[in-house]
Design a protein around this ligand. Structure first.
Ligand SMILES: O=c1[nH]c(=O)c2[nH]c(=O)[nH]c2[nH]1
Length: 302
């Protein structure tokens, strides 16, 4: 029996980068958190402390800032692809790079009835994400959104579940449904050097589709809402191969006001923060091959 190193990767996690495009008086801001990870032959570093293959995490961080200066950001997917291609083309022992970017949005402040040129307000609509994996000629792009909190005050029921001796939950035909959506979708056809999906347009339209579906579907369970949200994305966007959704059920419990001689006709709730039901699922096309390499290293489920 020998004890040997297994899979490994290393890089700089959560590089905070703010880029300001001042090319016109209307400034544009990109607020990113970038994580790099390299894979390849780093066995000697692990087993012998031989760092001759180790492109330092400090260098990786410097590349992120230098590339922002030299080429700007553009869409986060394009920035991640540029970084991934750089890291995999410099040293033959680096066989793959995983670049994860989370973008915080800034909206323009309205002043005198118009959007201000250089003053911003942190967006409330969640964060845009991407995970790009570059390996030889293959580029996988998994983009998404995180931190989108949504709630509907009716149009949600939950009934028909099995009952056993531990079941106390009452069936309901009308409840509050609230969740925080984390979604990641994998784009088809991103291996090409040119062309590929219109990342900017899709980063706006896919979240809009998810939210519209959440609002419009009469929910029989959060599971059914999740599936319908994913399905709507796949029906509308041929560029997307599969989508994974993680949606905690942010329970709202009616408060018992009877001790105070008051009724509570669906008006006063306790918004519990934990525990929460955690509903997760994938919606995919059955004619598209799976791409495990696109998801490797991305914490998920199942
Ligand atoms: O939409 C729901 N799905 C569940 O699986 C579940 N379980 C539960 O207690 N409440 C709910 N609601």
């Amino acid at each position: 029996m020998a004890i040997v190193p297994g899979p490994n990767q290393y890089g700089k996690a959560e590089v905070r980068l703010v880029h300001v495009d001042r090319s016109t008086p209307v400034h544009r801001i990109s607020d990113l958190t970038v994580s790099t990870a390299l894979r390849g032959d780093f066995i000697a570093a692990h087993t012998a402390g031989d760092n001759s293959h180790v492109l330092t995490t400090d260098t990786q961080k410097n590349v992120v800032y230098a590339f922002a200066r030299e080429g700007g950001i553009g869409e986060i997917e394009q920035f991640a692809i540029r970084l991934g291609r750089h890291f995999t083309s410099g040293h033959e022992w680096v066989t793959a790079a995983r670049i994860e970017i989370e973008q915080s949005g800034w909206d323009r402040i309205t002043a005198d009835g118009r959007a201000h040129d250089h003053s911003f307000l942190r967006s409330g609509g969640g964060r845009r994400t991407t995970v790009v994996t570059v390996e030889a000629d293959t580029v996988h792009v998994v983009s998404g959104l995180a931190g989108v909190v949504v709630l509907k005050t009716t149009g949600s029921e939950f009934r028909g579940f099995p009952r056993d001796r531990y079941t106390t939950l009452a069936e309901t035909s009308d409840r509050i449904l609230a969740t925080e959506v984390t979604a990641r979708w994998r784009y088809l056809g991103t291996g090409q050097a040119t062309g590929g999906p219109d990342f900017g347009r899709l980063a706006a339209e896919i979240p809009r589709t998810l939210l519209e579906t959440f609002a419009q579907v009469h929910s029989l369970a959060l599971q059914q809402t999740l599936h319908r949200m994913g399905e709507a994305v796949l029906v509308r966007f041929p560029e997307v191969a599969e989508i994974r959704l993680s949606m905690p059920n942010k329970h709202h419990f009616l408060v018992d006001l009877a001790p105070f001689g008051l009724d509570n006709p669906d008006s006063v709730y306790l918004a519990a923060d934990r525990p929460y039901g955690l509903i997760e699922g994938t919606v995919l096309r059955d004619d598209v091959p799976a791409a495990p390499a696109a998801w490797y290293g991305t914490p998920g489920f199942c």
